[in-house]
Design a protein around this ligand. Sequence first.
Ligand SMILES: Cc1cc2nc3c(=O)[nH]c(=O)nc-3n(C[C@H](O)[C@H](O)[C@H](O)COP(=O)(O)OP(=O)(O)OC[C@H]3O[C@@H](n4cnc5c(N)ncnc54)[C@H](O)[C@@H]3O)c2cc1C
Length: 322
Amino acid sequence: MAQVFAYILHKDGVVDDTALELAAAAKKIDAGATPNAIVVGAGDALDGVCNDMAASYGEVWKVANDALTYPDAEIVRKLLANILPADSIVLFAHEHLGMDLAPGLSVKLDAAFVPDVVDIEGADGSTLKLVRQEFGGAVSAHVTCDASQGAVMTIRPGVFAADESKSAGGQVVDKSADAGDFAATRKFLEIVEAEAGDVDITKSEVLVSCGRGIEDEENLEIAFDLAKAMGADVSCSRPIVDAKWLPKARQVGTSGQTVKPKVYLACGISGSFQHMGGIKGNPFIVAINKNAKAPIFQVADVGIVTDMLDFLPELTEKIEEL
Ligand SMILES: Cc1cc2nc3c(=O)[nH]c(=O)nc-3n(C[C@H](O)[C@H](O)[C@H](O)COP(=O)(O)OP(=O)(O)OC[C@H]3O[C@@H](n4cnc5c(N)ncnc54)[C@H](O)[C@@H]3O)c2cc1C
Protein backbone atom coordinates (compact mmCIF):
# COMPACT_ATOMS: atom_id res chain seq x y z
CA MET A 1 0.00 0.00 0.00
CA ALA A 2 1.24 3.50 -0.89
CA GLN A 3 1.94 6.09 1.80
CA VAL A 4 -1.15 7.87 3.14
CA PHE A 5 -0.94 11.63 3.83
CA ALA A 6 -3.45 13.90 5.60
CA TYR A 7 -3.49 17.64 4.89
CA ILE A 8 -3.81 19.44 8.25
CA LEU A 9 -5.95 22.58 8.56
CA HIS A 10 -4.95 25.07 11.25
CA LYS A 11 -5.50 28.72 12.10
CA ASP A 12 -3.67 30.98 14.56
CA GLY A 13 -1.76 27.97 15.90
CA VAL A 14 -4.92 25.97 16.58
CA VAL A 15 -5.34 22.66 14.76
CA ASP A 16 -8.74 22.08 13.15
CA ASP A 17 -10.92 19.24 14.53
CA THR A 18 -10.67 17.48 11.17
CA ALA A 19 -6.95 16.74 11.75
CA LEU A 20 -7.62 13.78 14.03
CA GLU A 21 -10.65 12.71 11.98
CA LEU A 22 -8.34 12.35 8.96
CA ALA A 23 -5.96 10.24 11.10
CA ALA A 24 -8.87 7.87 11.83
CA ALA A 25 -9.87 7.79 8.15
CA ALA A 26 -6.26 7.12 7.07
CA LYS A 27 -6.07 4.15 9.42
CA LYS A 28 -9.16 2.67 7.77
CA ILE A 29 -7.28 2.77 4.46
CA ASP A 30 -4.11 1.15 5.84
CA ALA A 31 -4.50 -0.22 9.35
CA GLY A 32 -0.96 -1.60 9.31
CA ALA A 33 0.85 1.72 8.76
CA THR A 34 1.05 5.04 10.58
CA PRO A 35 -0.22 7.80 8.27
CA ASN A 36 1.77 10.97 7.59
CA ALA A 37 0.65 14.58 7.84
CA ILE A 38 1.37 17.69 5.79
CA VAL A 39 1.38 21.04 7.57
CA VAL A 40 1.97 24.20 5.57
CA GLY A 41 2.01 27.79 6.78
CA ALA A 42 4.09 30.65 8.13
CA GLY A 43 4.99 32.24 11.42
CA ASP A 44 6.03 31.16 14.89
CA ALA A 45 2.93 29.05 15.58
CA LEU A 46 3.69 26.62 12.75
CA ASP A 47 6.20 24.56 14.75
CA GLY A 48 3.68 24.11 17.57
CA VAL A 49 1.11 22.75 15.09
CA CYS A 50 3.71 20.35 13.64
CA ASN A 51 4.74 19.12 17.10
CA ASP A 52 1.08 18.55 18.06
CA MET A 53 0.55 16.50 14.94
CA ALA A 54 3.66 14.37 15.56
CA ALA A 55 1.72 12.71 18.38
CA SER A 56 -0.82 11.40 15.87
CA TYR A 57 1.14 10.97 12.63
CA GLY A 58 4.33 9.07 11.73
CA GLU A 59 6.02 11.87 9.79
CA VAL A 60 4.83 15.45 9.72
CA TRP A 61 6.00 17.14 6.53
CA LYS A 62 6.34 20.84 7.21
CA VAL A 63 6.48 23.51 4.50
CA ALA A 64 7.11 27.02 5.84
CA ASN A 65 7.02 30.18 3.74
CA ASP A 66 5.57 33.66 4.18
CA ALA A 67 3.54 33.09 0.99
CA LEU A 68 1.58 30.48 2.99
CA THR A 69 0.35 32.86 5.70
CA TYR A 70 -3.03 32.38 4.10
CA PRO A 71 -3.26 28.92 2.49
CA ASP A 72 -3.79 29.81 -1.15
CA ALA A 73 -5.04 26.66 -2.94
CA GLU A 74 -2.99 27.45 -6.04
CA ILE A 75 0.33 27.61 -4.17
CA VAL A 76 -0.48 24.62 -1.96
CA ARG A 77 -1.49 22.50 -4.97
CA LYS A 78 1.81 23.23 -6.70
CA LEU A 79 3.96 22.53 -3.65
CA LEU A 80 2.14 19.28 -2.88
CA ALA A 81 2.69 18.12 -6.46
CA ASN A 82 6.41 18.84 -5.93
CA ILE A 83 6.89 17.07 -2.60
CA LEU A 84 4.48 14.12 -2.67
CA PRO A 85 5.77 10.75 -3.90
CA ALA A 86 4.00 9.43 -7.01
CA ASP A 87 1.16 7.02 -6.01
CA SER A 88 0.53 8.78 -2.63
CA ILE A 89 -2.96 8.61 -1.14
CA VAL A 90 -3.86 12.13 0.02
CA LEU A 91 -6.74 13.03 2.33
CA PHE A 92 -8.26 16.50 2.71
CA ALA A 93 -11.19 17.69 4.79
CA HIS A 94 -14.18 18.35 2.54
CA GLU A 95 -14.32 22.08 3.25
CA HIS A 96 -13.51 25.11 1.10
CA LEU A 97 -9.71 24.72 0.85
CA GLY A 98 -9.85 20.95 0.27
CA MET A 99 -12.59 21.36 -2.33
CA ASP A 100 -10.57 24.08 -4.01
CA LEU A 101 -7.24 22.30 -4.29
CA ALA A 102 -7.91 18.53 -4.26
CA PRO A 103 -9.39 18.13 -7.78
CA GLY A 104 -6.50 20.05 -9.38
CA LEU A 105 -3.95 18.09 -7.34
CA SER A 106 -5.41 14.78 -8.55
CA VAL A 107 -4.96 16.00 -12.14
CA LYS A 108 -1.35 17.06 -11.43
CA LEU A 109 -0.59 13.69 -9.83
CA ASP A 110 -2.59 11.76 -12.45
CA ALA A 111 -4.35 10.08 -9.53
CA ALA A 112 -7.94 9.00 -8.87
CA PHE A 113 -10.20 11.61 -7.22
CA VAL A 114 -13.08 10.87 -4.85
CA PRO A 115 -14.86 13.82 -3.19
CA ASP A 116 -17.00 13.97 -0.04
CA VAL A 117 -16.25 10.49 1.32
CA VAL A 118 -18.52 9.52 4.24
CA ASP A 119 -17.16 6.03 4.90
CA ILE A 120 -14.21 3.81 4.04
CA GLU A 121 -15.23 0.18 3.82
CA GLY A 122 -11.66 -1.11 3.42
CA ALA A 123 -8.81 -1.70 1.05
CA ASP A 124 -7.90 -4.73 -1.03
CA GLY A 125 -4.42 -4.14 -2.38
CA SER A 126 -4.63 -0.81 -4.16
CA THR A 127 -8.41 -1.02 -4.52
CA LEU A 128 -10.17 1.21 -2.01
CA LYS A 129 -13.84 0.73 -1.15
CA LEU A 130 -15.40 4.07 -0.34
CA VAL A 131 -18.87 5.44 0.31
CA ARG A 132 -19.98 8.89 -0.80
CA GLN A 133 -23.37 10.53 -1.02
CA GLU A 134 -25.11 11.79 -4.11
CA PHE A 135 -28.28 13.73 -4.90
CA GLY A 136 -28.07 15.77 -1.70
CA GLY A 137 -27.67 12.65 0.43
CA ALA A 138 -30.66 10.76 -0.97
CA VAL A 139 -28.33 8.09 -2.43
CA SER A 140 -25.29 6.41 -0.83
CA ALA A 141 -22.89 5.43 -3.61
CA HIS A 142 -20.48 2.56 -2.81
CA VAL A 143 -17.51 3.13 -5.09
CA THR A 144 -14.26 1.29 -5.68
CA CYS A 145 -11.22 3.38 -6.43
CA ASP A 146 -8.07 2.10 -8.13
CA ALA A 147 -5.31 3.80 -6.17
CA SER A 148 -2.46 2.01 -7.97
CA GLN A 149 -1.27 5.41 -9.24
CA GLY A 150 -2.35 7.25 -6.13
CA ALA A 151 -5.60 8.78 -4.97
CA VAL A 152 -6.82 12.14 -3.72
CA MET A 153 -9.99 12.31 -1.66
CA THR A 154 -11.91 14.74 0.50
CA ILE A 155 -13.44 13.41 3.73
CA ARG A 156 -16.68 14.92 5.05
CA PRO A 157 -16.02 16.58 8.44
CA GLY A 158 -17.66 14.89 11.41
CA VAL A 159 -18.22 11.42 9.94
CA PHE A 160 -15.09 9.79 11.43
CA ALA A 161 -14.63 9.89 15.19
CA ALA A 162 -11.33 11.65 15.93
CA ASP A 163 -8.40 9.31 16.58
CA GLU A 164 -7.37 10.59 20.01
CA SER A 165 -4.79 7.86 20.66
CA LYS A 166 -1.84 10.26 20.16
CA SER A 167 0.58 7.33 20.31
CA ALA A 168 2.34 7.79 16.95
CA GLY A 169 5.51 9.36 18.37
CA GLY A 170 6.22 10.84 14.94
CA GLN A 171 8.85 13.28 13.74
CA VAL A 172 8.74 16.60 11.91
CA VAL A 173 10.47 16.64 8.52
CA ASP A 174 11.11 20.06 6.96
CA LYS A 175 10.28 19.88 3.24
CA SER A 176 10.34 23.64 2.61
CA ALA A 177 13.41 23.45 0.37
CA ASP A 178 11.74 20.86 -1.91
CA ALA A 179 8.51 22.80 -2.37
CA GLY A 180 9.56 24.77 -5.47
CA ASP A 181 8.64 28.38 -6.00
CA PHE A 182 5.72 30.02 -4.25
CA ALA A 183 4.55 32.22 -7.13
CA ALA A 184 0.80 32.42 -7.77
CA THR A 185 -1.59 34.18 -10.09
CA ARG A 186 -4.12 34.50 -7.27
CA LYS A 187 -3.57 37.11 -4.60
CA PHE A 188 -4.92 36.89 -1.05
CA LEU A 189 -6.47 40.20 -0.02
CA GLU A 190 -8.07 39.92 3.42
CA ILE A 191 -10.32 37.88 5.69
CA VAL A 192 -13.62 39.65 6.30
CA GLU A 193 -15.05 38.63 9.67
CA ALA A 194 -18.85 38.31 9.89
CA GLU A 195 -20.67 41.08 11.72
CA ALA A 196 -21.64 40.35 15.33
CA GLY A 197 -25.40 39.84 15.79
CA ASP A 198 -27.81 40.10 18.73
CA VAL A 199 -26.58 36.74 20.00
CA ASP A 200 -23.12 35.20 19.67
CA ILE A 201 -23.88 31.57 18.74
CA THR A 202 -20.13 30.80 18.61
CA LYS A 203 -20.19 30.95 22.44
CA SER A 204 -23.44 28.97 22.97
CA GLU A 205 -23.24 25.65 24.81
CA VAL A 206 -26.63 24.42 23.60
CA LEU A 207 -28.11 25.28 20.21
CA VAL A 208 -31.58 24.65 18.85
CA SER A 209 -30.91 24.92 15.14
CA CYS A 210 -33.69 25.23 12.56
CA GLY A 211 -33.59 24.29 8.92
CA ARG A 212 -35.97 24.49 6.01
CA GLY A 213 -38.15 21.91 7.83
CA ILE A 214 -39.50 24.78 9.96
CA GLU A 215 -41.58 25.57 6.84
CA ASP A 216 -42.76 29.05 7.84
CA GLU A 217 -41.36 32.12 9.59
CA GLU A 218 -44.19 32.05 12.14
CA ASN A 219 -43.17 28.55 13.20
CA LEU A 220 -39.82 29.84 14.47
CA GLU A 221 -41.63 30.62 17.70
CA ILE A 222 -41.61 26.93 18.65
CA ALA A 223 -37.81 26.85 18.32
CA PHE A 224 -37.42 29.96 20.49
CA ASP A 225 -39.81 28.46 23.08
CA LEU A 226 -37.75 25.26 23.21
CA ALA A 227 -34.50 27.20 23.41
CA LYS A 228 -35.88 29.26 26.31
CA ALA A 229 -36.95 26.12 28.19
CA MET A 230 -33.50 24.55 27.64
CA GLY A 231 -31.42 27.66 28.31
CA ALA A 232 -30.23 27.41 24.70
CA ASP A 233 -29.82 29.80 21.77
CA VAL A 234 -31.43 29.51 18.34
CA SER A 235 -29.29 29.05 15.26
CA CYS A 236 -30.21 28.03 11.73
CA SER A 237 -29.21 26.74 8.32
CA ARG A 238 -28.67 29.02 5.34
CA PRO A 239 -32.14 28.82 3.72
CA ILE A 240 -33.59 30.44 6.85
CA VAL A 241 -31.19 33.37 6.44
CA ASP A 242 -31.78 33.53 2.68
CA ALA A 243 -35.52 33.83 3.43
CA LYS A 244 -34.64 36.68 5.86
CA TRP A 245 -36.41 34.88 8.72
CA LEU A 246 -33.29 35.10 10.92
CA PRO A 247 -30.14 37.25 10.70
CA LYS A 248 -26.92 35.99 9.14
CA ALA A 249 -25.23 36.00 12.58
CA ARG A 250 -27.33 32.94 13.47
CA GLN A 251 -26.33 30.89 10.41
CA VAL A 252 -24.17 27.83 11.07
CA GLY A 253 -21.91 26.61 8.30
CA THR A 254 -19.04 27.22 5.97
CA SER A 255 -20.45 30.58 4.85
CA GLY A 256 -21.85 31.33 8.31
CA GLN A 257 -20.60 30.89 11.86
CA THR A 258 -18.43 28.11 13.24
CA VAL A 259 -20.00 26.89 16.48
CA LYS A 260 -18.66 24.64 19.25
CA PRO A 261 -21.65 23.77 21.45
CA LYS A 262 -21.88 20.80 23.80
CA VAL A 263 -25.33 19.90 22.45
CA TYR A 264 -26.69 20.63 18.96
CA LEU A 265 -30.36 20.03 18.14
CA ALA A 266 -30.66 19.91 14.35
CA CYS A 267 -34.37 20.44 13.64
CA GLY A 268 -35.50 19.98 10.03
CA ILE A 269 -31.90 20.20 8.78
CA SER A 270 -30.78 17.74 6.10
CA GLY A 271 -27.06 17.81 7.06
CA SER A 272 -25.32 19.28 4.02
CA PHE A 273 -21.54 19.42 4.32
CA GLN A 274 -21.72 23.21 4.13
CA HIS A 275 -23.87 23.19 7.26
CA MET A 276 -21.96 20.48 9.14
CA GLY A 277 -18.66 22.20 8.30
CA GLY A 278 -19.61 24.91 10.78
CA ILE A 279 -20.07 22.52 13.71
CA LYS A 280 -16.84 21.80 15.59
CA GLY A 281 -15.80 20.24 18.86
CA ASN A 282 -17.71 16.98 18.37
CA PRO A 283 -20.95 18.03 20.15
CA PHE A 284 -23.74 15.64 21.10
CA ILE A 285 -26.02 15.93 18.05
CA VAL A 286 -29.75 15.28 18.25
CA ALA A 287 -31.36 15.26 14.80
CA ILE A 288 -35.11 15.69 14.33
CA ASN A 289 -36.17 15.06 10.76
CA LYS A 290 -39.18 13.49 9.13
CA ASN A 291 -37.05 11.78 6.46
CA ALA A 292 -35.32 8.70 7.92
CA LYS A 293 -32.78 8.84 5.09
CA ALA A 294 -31.66 12.41 5.75
CA PRO A 295 -27.81 12.57 5.83
CA ILE A 296 -27.90 14.28 9.24
CA PHE A 297 -28.67 10.87 10.77
CA GLN A 298 -25.21 9.66 9.69
CA VAL A 299 -23.57 12.01 12.16
CA ALA A 300 -26.27 12.29 14.84
CA ASP A 301 -25.83 10.70 18.27
CA VAL A 302 -29.62 10.51 18.60
CA GLY A 303 -31.98 10.52 15.63
CA ILE A 304 -35.72 11.21 15.93
CA VAL A 305 -37.79 10.56 12.82
CA THR A 306 -40.82 12.75 13.20
CA ASP A 307 -42.49 16.05 12.27
CA MET A 308 -40.63 18.76 14.14
CA LEU A 309 -43.67 21.03 14.12
CA ASP A 310 -45.42 18.56 16.47
CA PHE A 311 -42.34 17.34 18.32
CA LEU A 312 -40.74 20.63 19.38
CA PRO A 313 -43.78 21.98 21.29
CA GLU A 314 -44.21 18.59 23.02
CA LEU A 315 -40.55 18.56 24.03
CA THR A 316 -40.83 22.12 25.34
CA GLU A 317 -43.86 21.14 27.41
CA LYS A 318 -42.05 18.10 28.90
CA ILE A 319 -38.96 20.16 29.76
CA GLU A 320 -41.08 22.85 31.39
CA GLU A 321 -42.89 20.16 33.43
CA LEU A 322 -39.53 18.81 34.64
C1 LIG B 1 -21.09 28.04 -1.38
C2 LIG B 1 -22.19 27.54 -0.48
C3 LIG B 1 -22.11 27.83 0.87
C4 LIG B 1 -23.11 27.37 1.72
N1 LIG B 1 -23.02 27.66 3.04
C5 LIG B 1 -23.95 27.18 3.89
C6 LIG B 1 -23.86 27.43 5.29
O1 LIG B 1 -22.96 28.11 5.77
N2 LIG B 1 -24.81 26.89 6.08
C7 LIG B 1 -25.84 26.13 5.61
O2 LIG B 1 -26.68 25.67 6.41
N3 LIG B 1 -25.95 25.90 4.28
C8 LIG B 1 -25.04 26.41 3.42
N4 LIG B 1 -25.18 26.19 2.09
C9 LIG B 1 -26.42 25.55 1.61
C10 LIG B 1 -26.35 24.05 1.73
O3 LIG B 1 -25.80 23.50 0.55
C11 LIG B 1 -27.76 23.45 1.91
O4 LIG B 1 -28.56 23.86 0.83
C12 LIG B 1 -28.42 23.88 3.20
O5 LIG B 1 -27.58 23.60 4.30
C13 LIG B 1 -29.71 23.10 3.38
O6 LIG B 1 -30.39 23.60 4.48
P1 LIG B 1 -31.49 22.71 5.22
O7 LIG B 1 -30.85 21.45 5.71
O8 LIG B 1 -32.16 23.58 6.21
O9 LIG B 1 -32.54 22.44 4.04
P2 LIG B 1 -32.85 21.12 3.22
O10 LIG B 1 -31.62 20.52 2.66
O11 LIG B 1 -33.95 21.49 2.30
O12 LIG B 1 -33.39 20.11 4.32
C14 LIG B 1 -34.59 20.29 5.01
C15 LIG B 1 -34.78 19.05 5.86
O13 LIG B 1 -35.92 19.19 6.66
C16 LIG B 1 -36.64 17.99 6.69
N5 LIG B 1 -38.02 18.36 6.99
C17 LIG B 1 -38.91 19.00 6.19
N6 LIG B 1 -40.05 19.24 6.86
C18 LIG B 1 -39.87 18.72 8.11
C19 LIG B 1 -40.68 18.65 9.27
N7 LIG B 1 -41.92 19.19 9.31
N8 LIG B 1 -40.19 18.03 10.37
C20 LIG B 1 -38.95 17.47 10.38
N9 LIG B 1 -38.13 17.52 9.30
C21 LIG B 1 -38.59 18.15 8.20
C22 LIG B 1 -36.42 17.37 5.32
O14 LIG B 1 -36.60 15.96 5.37
C23 LIG B 1 -34.98 17.77 5.02
O15 LIG B 1 -34.07 16.77 5.44
C24 LIG B 1 -24.20 26.63 1.22
C25 LIG B 1 -24.24 26.32 -0.14
C26 LIG B 1 -23.26 26.78 -0.97
C27 LIG B 1 -23.35 26.45 -2.44
